[in-house]
Design a protein around this ligand. Structure first.
Ligand code: HPA
Length: 255
């Protein structure tokens, strides 16, 4: 099983014909769905757990990513619900996350805790796999799915939403969208040498930025975009992927 999709808020369903599998890791157990696509098994992981049971700061990111690694996964596409603090990116738009700024506070952020006496750093030049991003753009245009552009993702601790003053600051620092889950997921994928990319589905304007939206609309937006984005992921998977056009499998720097 070399390819996986991580679904975020509102993206739980692997579709018909999937079966469940539980993977034991040193960080805990993870349940995934597996579905067959053209004879190949694709792994589907609901980031928050099935039924959206875990808030963003309590997700077991290390267990999730280690489970995918143990299954042999090399390439991961993820979706994430995000708020927009860029006036050109509106609710309903789809963005490809290009970089992140980390404002998380209390999560385990690495597999390398230094117990064995070695200090390990991971290169963050292309945190989100450049090949997966490129391939997503190409497949979206052939499926007529409009992508509004690249985005810098500010990752907050949550689960509360941001204050207006915080959003003003994130925007000044260069963020386009704000969410609560991409860090440490993206970092852990890189530590394990897996290609990883996130597509953001914009569900709302950020606090104090243009008009606020009711949560009811958020679910509707996610539902519509979810299907289309997943179809594009599956198209890239069908066309085939390798790790020859990026550096994801070679990003560990030992000093
Ligand atoms: N802020 C943080 N996380 C989010 C938002 C937001 O506005 N929308 C969706 N996830």
């Amino acid at each position: 099983m070399e390819k996986a999709i991580i679904g975020g808020t509102g993206v739980y369903d692997a579709g018909k014909g999937a079966y469940s599998k539980v993977i034991e890791t040193e960080y805990g157990k993870v349940e995934v769905d597996v579905l067959k696509l053209n004879g190949e098994e694709i792994v589907f992981l609901a980031r928050h757990g099935k039924g959206h049971s875990l808030p963003p700061h309590r997700i077991n990111y290390r267990a999730n990513m280690m489970a995918l690694k143990k299954l042999g996964v090399k390439c991961i596409y993820a979706t994430a619900a995000v708020g927009s603090c860029n006036e050109y990116y509106a609710p309903g738009d789809i963005v490809v996350i290009r970089d992140f700024i980390d404002f998380t506070k209390s999560r385990p952020v690495t597999f390398f805790e230094g117990e064995d006496g070695t200090v390990v750093h991971v290169d963050m030049k292309d945190p989100y796999c450049r090949n997966l991003r490129k391939r997503f753009y190409e497949a979206s245009s052939s499926q007529l799915l409009h992508i509004i552009g690249d985005a810098v993702y500010a990752c907050t601790e949550g689960p509360r939403f941001e204050t207006a003053a915080e959003i003003k600051m994130y925007r000044m620092l260069g963020a386009d969208v704000v969410g609560m889950t991409s860090v440490p997921e993206v970092v852990l994928a890189k530590e394990l040498g897996m290609c990883y990319a996130t597509v953001g589905i914009i569900t709302n304007w950020c606090t104090g930025f243009e008009k606020d939206m009711a949560i009811g609309n958020m679910q509707q937006i996610l539902e519509v975009s979810r299907y289309k984005v997943t179809e594009v992921f599956l198209q890239v998977f069908r066309e085939g992927l390798d790790q020859d056009n990026c550096n994801c499998n070679n990003s560990i720097l030992k000093l």
